[in-house]
Design a protein around this ligand. Structure first.
Ligand code: SF4
Length: 680
């Protein structure tokens, strides 16, 4: 008999939709949107409605623990019991600890599921107590924007996206909302119906740009120059709010010295946009209030990424756009929740002096014989590192090391799992209890399992509970059940919890995170949480961590003419769903007609795209939706889409951005020629 049950989408997406799942016994038949979350209002992306049942029940699903019987990467495994799998992990970890120390073990987890329990709870307690190397995982994506936000405003919530509907001006900067922030669209449409003006800044003419009153297709990596130019233009036309700046802005003089430094024409030349469009943007920003800005993740992925975001974040403070509904920044949602990570993850268990490795550098570290201690055991989960990390060929070499003991834990067989010595089958979020904050909206949700675990799969929390028991970790931190973990994840006494114990939040509705009973309005009912209590355009926090007191601009030099960007796909969430038959197609390479003509290329040709790190072969799609000098191929495709075992990640460089030591995917420079002709 079919039953409809409540759930929540756990994927790496800012929206965190509430779901209605139709279930027949132990099978999921259909996934639809539900009204439980008033922000997502019953609407889902079609990735989830189309692909989730196959993801949970399809051929690729991992149903039992496995041990490797073929070469690394070959994907040949034999079934084993949980007992054997945990015994092998215990024995191999002990061997590594006795020979090299516990820091030779590296947990490599990322953002597959976003529930608090699966994302980082019992797993982190286990690795902390073990004394394994710590992983700074945020730099792979989102960390740059987060650090720019914290450096400028502190850990305080920004505008909930619902307030977009009340804006008179909406600026969507580097955010392909129809693909990556779906629920913005009805709000943008509502605002437009009421007469709002829409501006889109993006190297591509993405769908939302087609509806924009003004589209600035700037060169990737030049956002800081554009934001400075708008600032300087605002100042020239008397658009700075001097009273607000005097009272609430720190570092104004030093910041403005940089913003004024370049003549407008020169800024326009660097950004590759008409001078008149920059003037027009400044004119609109001066004239219209409330004015809302949404900054996506695309613009952080370059060596000037943090600076670009900081310069955009400075605009509402300088122009006096805060303090009203619909004014300011749709950012900082993660700070709207009463999270208590110290209780959930127990960093107090970490032995003093334990090193922290940056996730962006893991491929390099795996091959670094001078690293002390070297990485001798790797445990990856919630993550498909081979597909997701920059410099894919180096990661592949690292994973192929015969002396590296590797555990892979996931819901489905992935390209990375093929390199594991021991494979652990994880439950999907439909099969365990979970609690969900969000990073793009301000509603807290809880979910219960809608089906029993598929096969012998286990929730991440139970896997690490069992591992902890193998190592003799038997204190209360390791015997806590999932309800206790949920209660550890949030402060139940905070006013935002409205008297709910976290583990008892009803599953048929979402809790609004409010302040004195109202949605957050920065400089209304919430304020900067910086050391000065002001908006810090010169940030002591960023100076101390990254030597980045102020934003700055450095051109990126590389011996290839084209910039390759690799934004999100409408078929996958990063690489999730990449193993399904719907994702079999090789993503095309989009190229502007001028760049194609200069290389004698025609639409539909197969081309080779290369640089010093690798080479991929893609079908060419000629379109003026990308600006000249930029080519685009969507991220997250699996190796099955490739004829040479490389995807676009193979071309991405391993250097770091200006803050957060973040990944610089959009600093990828390439050349393109007809395949298989020799284009070197
Ligand atoms: S991926 Fe995003 S838009 Fe799609 S269902 Fe999940 S949260 Fe909603």
């Amino acid at each position: 008999m079919n039953v409809v049950k409540a759930s929540v989408c756990p994927l790496d997406c800012p929206d965190t939709c509430s779901l209605s799942v139709t279930v027949d016994g132990d099978r999921i038949l259909a996934v639809r949107g539900s009204e439980a979350n008033p922000y997502t209002r019953g609407v889902l992306c079609n990735k989830v409605t189309r692909y989730y049942p196959e993801f949970v029940h399809g051929e690729g699903r991992l149903r039992t623990p496995l041990k490797r019987i073929g070469a690394k990467g070959e994907g040949r495994f034999a079934r084993i019991s949980w007992e054997e799998a945990l015994d092998v992990i215990h024995a191999r970890f002990i061997e590594v600890i006795e020979t090299h120390g516990a820091q030779a073990i590296l947990p490599l987890n990322y953002a597959g599921p976003h529930g608090m329990l699966a994302y980082g709870s019992m797993d982190l307690r286990f690795f902390h107590k073990l004394g394994a190397s710590l992983l700074e995982r945020r730099p792979l994506c989102g960390g740059i924007r987060t650090e720019a936000y914290v450096g400028t405003f502190g850990a305080t919530p920004g505008m909930p996206p619902e307030q977009l509907a009340e804006a008179k001006l909406i600026i969507i900067w580097g955010n392909n909302v129809t693909c990556s922030n779906l629920h913005f669209m009805p709000l943008i449409n509502e605002a437009k119906k009421k007469g709002a003006t829409l501006v889109v800044v993006d190297p591509r003419r993405v769908k939302v740009a087609q509806q924009a009153d003004l589209h600035l297709p700037l060169r990737p990596g030049t956002d800081v120059i554009l934001a400075w130019a708008v600032t300087a233009e605002l100042e020239r036309r008397g658009g700075l709010d001097e009273a607000f700046i005097a009272e609430h802005v720190h570092g104004f003089d030093a910041y403005m010295e940089q913003a004024r430094a370049l003549p407008l024409d020169e800024a326009a030349r660097i950004c590759g946009v008409p001078t008149a469009d920059i003037t027009r943007l400044a004119e609109l920003y001066h004239a219209l209030s409330p004015a809302a800005i949404s900054v996506g993740n695309g613009l952080e992925r370059n060596q000037n990424g943090g600076s670009g975001i900081r310069a955009i974040f400075a605009l509402p403070a300088l122009a006096g756009k805060f303090g009203v509904r619909g004014g300011g920044l749709v950012n900082g949602a993660g700070y709207a929740f009463a999270k208590t990570p110290a209780r959930l993850q127990r960093p107090d268990l970490v032995p003093e002096g334990t090193r922290t490795l940056n996730i962006v550098d893991v491929g390099r570290h795996l091959l670094d014989e001078t690293l002390a201690p070297p990485i001798k055991a790797l445990f990856f989960y919630n993550h498909n590192p081979l597909i997701v990390h920059p410099d894919q060929n180096r990661m592949k070499q690292g994973l192929a090391r015969e002396d590296l003991f590797t555990v892979g834990c996931d819901v489905v067989m992935t390209d990375s799992i093929a390199y594991a010595d021991i494979v652990l089958p994880a439950c999907s979020h439909f099969e365990h209890d979970e609690i969900f904050p969000a990073y793009g909206q301000q509603w807290l949700q809880r979910a219960e399992p809608v089906i029993p675990p598929v096969g012998e799969s286990l929730p991440n929390t139970e896997i690490f509970r069992r591992l902890a028991a193998c190592f003799g970790f038997d204190d209360a931190a390791f015997t806590a059940d999932d309800a206790q973990l949920m209660d550890d994840a949030f402060d139940g006494s905070d006013e935002r919890m409205q008297g709910h114990r976290p583990s008892r939040i009803p599953t048929d509705r979402a809790l609004a995170m409010t302040y004195q009973g109202h949605e957050a309005v920065l400089f209304g009912n919430v304020f900067p949480a910086t050391p000065s209590g002001k908006v810090e355009l010169a940030s002591g926090y960023l100076a101390e961590k990254y030597d980045a007191l102020l934003p700055r601009y450095r051109p990126y030099e590389a011996p290839y003419a084209l910039t390759l960007i690799s934004p999100a796909s409408d078929k996958r969430i990063t690489s999730t769903f990449g193993g399904l038959k719907f994702s079999d197609e090789t993503p095309p390479l989009d190229m502007h007609p001028d760049d194609a003509a200069a290389r004698g290329l025609r639409d539909g040709m197969r081309v080779r795209v290369w640089n010093e790190r690798g080479e991929v072969h893609l079908p060419l799609r000629i379109t003026d939706a990308v600006r000249p000098g930029v080519v685009c191929s969507l991220k997250g495709a699996w190796l099955r889409t490739s004829d040479n075992g490389q995807t676009v990640s193979a071309l991405a460089p391993g250097h770091h951005a200006d803050i957060s030591e973040g990944a610089c995917y959009n600093d990828t420079r390439v050349e393109v020629a007809l395949f298989p002709a020799n284009g070197n």
